[in-house]
Design a protein around this ligand. Structure first.
Ligand code: PHE
Length: 335
């Protein structure tokens, strides 16, 4: 029959063991086994409480008080330990996941538009403001759209001016953007007011002013009553918007199979003595208009074609067309 002394001894034993057990509980899993071992239904504490039934009635009260004290002590120590463990694991996590905001960052350079794209968009926006739409067409064309529909029959010597790369006997890489005019006129009735930017190809040996791959912008306006005077006005507006005030512009005679009359457009910077050629232009040849089903007695139109590289070179003083395609960042970063 256990007496008060036995109970006291056992309590002292268990308190000592408990302190060690709690020290050893260094993570959540160990803490849980501690709880089961000491505070669980079959744990040390409830084993001790079972003895209480055998203690003599005189000592029972005191033994019960001591055991309750023991239970409160173990529970309290356990809870303290649990709180400390979760605080330290939070501290670990915060340390592990913290960001040192004083470290230098990884910078990701922001790119910018290629000078050709910039010039193309700048020219587009000038004509968009004048009420033109942007139209595009395929880079691989048939001979019909590239030549015949533009009034250049098979045996015409002018074909040599647009010598290009053939894909098959009848398809080729377009040497100019003029075929887009034909596509648009075939699918819309007048008035037509478009500009057509795009890549072109010619069988040219590469040098400072020639590249087998280059870009053009074509303009086409077809409506009743248009004359060369309207073309000149549109080009004067364009010159002022793109190059700035003070430039003078002049027309001189030229020849293109698809325009009649045809002109070459030159500009001169303020104070300069040199005229610079900027594009070819002209009134759309009646044969081209009737070819797409328009009535040349009712409508007339004008067109021009300019080189985007050339416009960029003139504006920024670039003296070698190859610079646009060589991917030298020192070049493109200047724009
Ligand atoms: N297509 C001509 C060229 O590439 C340019 C041009 C377009 C001329 C429209 C007149 C009218 O050389």
């Amino acid at each position: 029959m256990p007496d008060l002394k036995d109970i006291r001894d056992r309590i002292r034993d268990l308190n000592g063991k408990m302190a060690h057990g709690l020290d050893a509980a260094i993570d959540a899993a160990a803490l849980e086994s501690f709880r089961v071992e000491y505070l669980g239904r079959k744990g040390h504490l409830s084993q001790l409480f079972k003895l209480l039934g055998d203690v003599s009635p005189e000592e029972k009260g005191e033994a019960g008080r001591l055991l309750n004290e023991l239970r409160d002590g173990i529970t309290g120590a356990f809870e303290k330990r649990a709180a400390a463990l979760s605080a330290s694991s939070l501290r670990d996590r915060l340390l592990r996941e913290s960001v040192d905001v004083t470290l230098p960052g990884v910078s990701r350079p922001v790119g910018h538009l290629h000078p050709l794209t910039r010039v193309q968009r700048e020219i587009e926006s000038i004509f968009l403001r004048m009420g033109f739409d942007v139209a595009t067409g395929p880079e691989i064309e048939t001979e019909y759209y590239n030549f015949e529909a533009l009034n250049i029959p098979a045996d015409h010597p002018a074909r040599a001016d647009w010598d290009t790369f053939y894909i098959s006997d009848t398809t080729l890489l377009r040497p100019h953007t003029s075929p887009v005019q034909i596509h648009v006129m075939e699918s819309t009735s007048p008035p037509v007011r478009i500009i057509c930017p795009g890549r072109c190809y010619r069988r040219d040996a590469q040098d400072a002013t020639h590249s087998p791959v280059f870009h053009q912008i074509e303009l086409l306006w077809v409506e009743e009553g248009l004359s060369l005077a309207n073309l000149k006005y549109v080009l004067e507006l364009f010159t002022r918007e793109y190059f700035g005030p003070g430039y003078t512009m002049r027309f001189s005679g030229d020849f293109f199979p698809f325009t009649e009359p045809s002109v070459q457009v030159h500009i001169k910077a303020p104070g300069a003595t040199h005229w610079l050629e900027i594009m070819g232009a002209g009134m759309v040849d009646p044969a081209v208009l009737s070819g797409v089903g328009y009535d040349p007695e009712k409508v007339s139109g004008f067109a021009f074609g300019l080189g985007i590289e050339r416009m960029a070179m003139l504006k920024y003083g670039i003296d070698d067309i190859r610079a646009f395609l060589t991917n030298d960042l020192r070049f493109v970063r200047q724009f």
